[in-house]
Ligand binder design. Structure first.
Ligand code: 8YV
Length: 314
C-alpha cells in the first residue's frame, strides 16, 4: 500500500503531481483551512507525510490533527512557516530545497536592485505614456560603480548576491548575527551596515529571530540616496515604517519581492514611484522550480525507502 500524504497549496506543477501520485496516495488541498475543514477528520489520522510550499508551511493545529505524521517536505529553502521545535519534539523530520534555487534568487535580487536604482518602472511608464516625445522632465539616476552594498544574512543566497554585485564594481559589506566568511567585511551591527552602505539587500531567513529586524532607523541610515532590496521574507522588516520612509524621501528607493501579508500589497506601496514590486518570484523559473519539485519529492521517497534524507533541515 502506498503511504498516504497531504499535498498543501496550489503551486504544484504537472511534473510534481505526477511524481507524487506515482509514489503516494495523495490528498491535494489548496490551503491549511481546507485541510482543517469538515471531511478531513477521517483522512488526518492516515497521513504520514506533508508536502508543502515555503510560504504555506504547516500550522501547529494541523500538525496536531496528523497523529501519524513522519515527515514534512518543504518546497523552498525557507522553513519559517513550519513549527520546527514542535515537529522536532514529535520526532517528525523536516526537509527543504536549498542550493537548487540559490542562483535564480540571487539573480532576482540583482535585478530588483538594478531596476530600483535605475528606476526601470518609471522609465517604462515614461515611454508608454508618451512623455518622451512631449519632452517631459526626467532626472538622472545614480551609478552603481564605487558604491557599497550591505548584505544582511550572508548565507548561500547572500554570498551569491555579493559575488554578482562585485562584478558591477560594488564594494561588499555584510551583517549577520553569527560570524561569517570574510570577517573584515562584517559590520558590527545592522545599523552600522546601513550607515556604511548605499544599498541594503535583505537575504536573511524569516522567523522569530528576524521578525521586524529592519525598521525606521535602518531606513534613515540608508538615506535619501539609499536603496533597499528585500528577497527574504516580508516579516523581516517593518512595512509601515518602510512606506513612511519611502513616501517622505528619507529612503530613496526599494525593490521588494516579499511582503508582510502576501498576496496583499498595501495600496500606499503600490502608489509609490520609487519602488519596484514583484509577487514573490525569486525562485520562479522553470529550472529552479523543477529542481525544487524533484528534491522535495526525493526527500519523501528517500524517507519511505529508509534511505538518508537528501536535504534534512538541521
Ligand atoms: C518560494 C521561497 O516562494 O524558497 C523559499 O523559501 O520563499 C520560495 O522559493 C516557495 O517556497 C515555493 O514553495
Amino acid at each position: 500500500m502506498k503511504p498516504e500524504i497531504l499535498v498543501l497549496g496550489t503551486i504544484w506543477s504537472p511534473e510534481v503531481r505526477e511524481q507524487v501520485q506515482a509514489a503516494f496516495e495523495c490528498h491535494f488541498v489548496s490551503s491549511i483551512a481546507e485541510a482543517s475543514g469538515p471531511g478531513f477528520e477521517a483522512i488526518g489520522p492516515r497521513i504520514r507525510a506533508v508536502l508543502t510550499s515555503g510560504t504555506v508551511g504547516i500550522t501547529p493545529d494541523l500538525v496536531a490533527a496528523l497523529p501519524a505524521l513522519e515527515i514534512v517536505s518543504v518546497h523552498g529553502v525557507g522553513v519559517d512557516a513550519v513549527p520546527l521545535p514542535l515537529l522536532a519534539a514529535r520526532g517528525i523530520h523536516v526537509t527543504n530545497t536549498p542550493d537548487v534555487l540559490t542562483d535564480d534568487v540571487a539573480d532576482f535580487a540583482v535585478l530588483l536592485l538594478l531596476a530600483a536604482v535605475r528606476r526601470l518602472p518609471l522609465l517604462d511608464r515614461y515611454v508608454r505614456d508618451e512623455r518622451w516625445p512631449a519632452k517631459a522632465p526626467l532626472t538622472q539616476a545614480r551609478s552603481l560603480r564605487g558604491k557599497v552594498a550591505g548584505i544582511v544574512g550572508f548565507g548561500r543566497i547572500g554570498q551569491a548576491v555579493a559575488n554578482r554585485l562585485q562584478g558591477f564594481g560594488i564594494e561588499i559589506r555584510y551583517y549577520q548575527r553569527s560570524a561569517g566568511p570574510a570577517p573584515e567585511r562584517r559590520s558590527e551591527s545592522l545599523l552600522a551596515l546601513a550607515q556604511e552602505s548605499d544599498m541594503l539587500v535583505l537575504c536573511m531567513p524569516g522567523g522569530a529571530e528576524t521578525t521586524r529586524m529592519v525598521g525606521a532607523e535602518v531606513f534613515e541610515a540608508l538615506g535619501p540616496e539609499g536603496t533597499l532590496v528585500n528577497i527574504a521574507r516580508g516579516s523581516v522588516l517593518d512595512e509601515a515604517a518602510l512606506i513612511a520612509a519611502l513616501e517622505s524621501g528619507r529612503l530613496g528607493a526599494a525593490g521588494l519581492d516579499v511582503f508582510e501579508h502576501e498576496p496583499q500589497v498595501p495600496a500606499a506601496l503600490r502608489a509609490l514611484d520609487n519602488v519596484v514590486l514583484s509577487p514573490h518570484v525569486g525562485s520562479f523559473t522553470v529550472e529552479a522550480r523543477r529542481a525544487m519539485g524533484r528534491l522535495a519529492v526525493a526527500n519523501l521517497t528517500a524517507h519511505f525507502a529508509g534511505e538518508p534524507l537528501p536535504t534534512p533541515v538541521k
